[in-house]
Design a protein around this ligand. Structure first.
Ligand code: NAP
Length: 247
């Protein structure tokens, strides 16, 4: 019997998820399992995808639908409730349940990479979308203070211009890029920062994993900063997705 899984988002050309799950299905001899990409122009089209594919058991959700998907779901698991973003959907008897495995993937990969002593570490989160919500929840849990940098000014964030005019890069040693800026195919782009303010005591984490060294990471590395891409997070969240679909 076919067991169908997949990814919804737009665009999906950057995604490694299909390759990741196909390798997993092969290696673990998971017969009948298929993982498809569903690039949809509007989030509501997910309901059409589900209707046309009755063997769908689970979906991953990526850019730009992690928040917009919520009103279309029947319920939210605890993992997604507090975060307000969903990147895993489990389909049981036509009911759609939303989960968040980005939180798990980001926390595990971040804590493995950072030094044990985190006291006094503060972060700049670039972007305020679905992935940023999971990132914020992880930082709060681990007592890491943060400032959000967004294209638009708000009560909860500063702009890239505000950042340039401040010395916040000096005070915040952890920079996390949660925007898609620099993601394949637009590999020559990077968030608009004063990279010359970065030093060897900075940690730059890019959630992007394709390319493996984004322009953001290359520029941070050139300043001597420690760098990490999103591949380990992707793998951890994918394994967690599988656990959710299989339980
Ligand atoms: P999203 O919900 O669309 O949010 C992205 C945010 O980035 C937006 O809310 C926006 O924040 C900012 N942004 C978008 N376009 C921008 C631009 N041209 N210039 C500057 N900022 C821009 O997407 P997401 O699902 O959070 O995903 C974001 C990125 O993280 C994607 O590259 C995705 O592949 C990656 N990701 C990786 C993993 C992993 O496992 N490694 C997991 C999740 C996500 P403002 O409006 O505040 O500027």
């Amino acid at each position: 019997m076919t067991k169908l899984y997949g990814l919804i988002g737009n665009p999906l050309s950057h995604s490694f998820s299909k390759e990741y799950f196909e390798n997993k299905f092969d290696n673990e001899k998971l017969i009948g399992c298929i993982y498809n990409l569903y690039e949809i122009k509007e989030v509501e089209l997910v309901l059409e995808v589900i209707k046309q594919n009755p063997s769908l058991l689970g979906l991953n959700v990526t850019i730009p639908y992690k928040e917009a998907i919520i009103p279309l779901l029947d319920s939210l698991d605890e993992s997604a409730l507090g975060i307000g973003a969903v990147n895993v959907i489990k389909i049981i008897e036509n009911k759609l349940i939303g989960f968040n495995s980005d939180y798990y993937g980001f926390e595990k990969s971040l804590l493995k990479w950072l030094p044990d002593e985190l006291s006094g570490l503060n972060a700049l989160i670039l972007g305020s979308g679905g992935a940023a919500k999971a990132v914020k929840a992880v930082l709060i849990k681990n007592n890491i203070g943060y400032t959000t940098v967004s294209r638009k000014s708000s009560m909860n964030s500063i702009t890239y211009l505000d950042l340039k005019e401040s010395n916040l890069i000096g005070e915040n040693k952890l920079l996390i890029n949660t925007t898609p800026v620099g993601m394949s195919p637009k590999v020559n782009e990077c968030p608009d920062l004063a990279y010359n303010q970065l030093t060897s005591s900075h940690f730059a984490y890019d959630l992007i994993y394709n390319p493996s060294k984004s322009r953001f990471l290359k520029k941070a590395y050139a300043q001597g900063a420690h760098i990490k891409n999103g591949l380990e997070m992707l793998e951890l969240q994918a394994e967690k997705s599988w656990e959710i679909w299989s339980s």
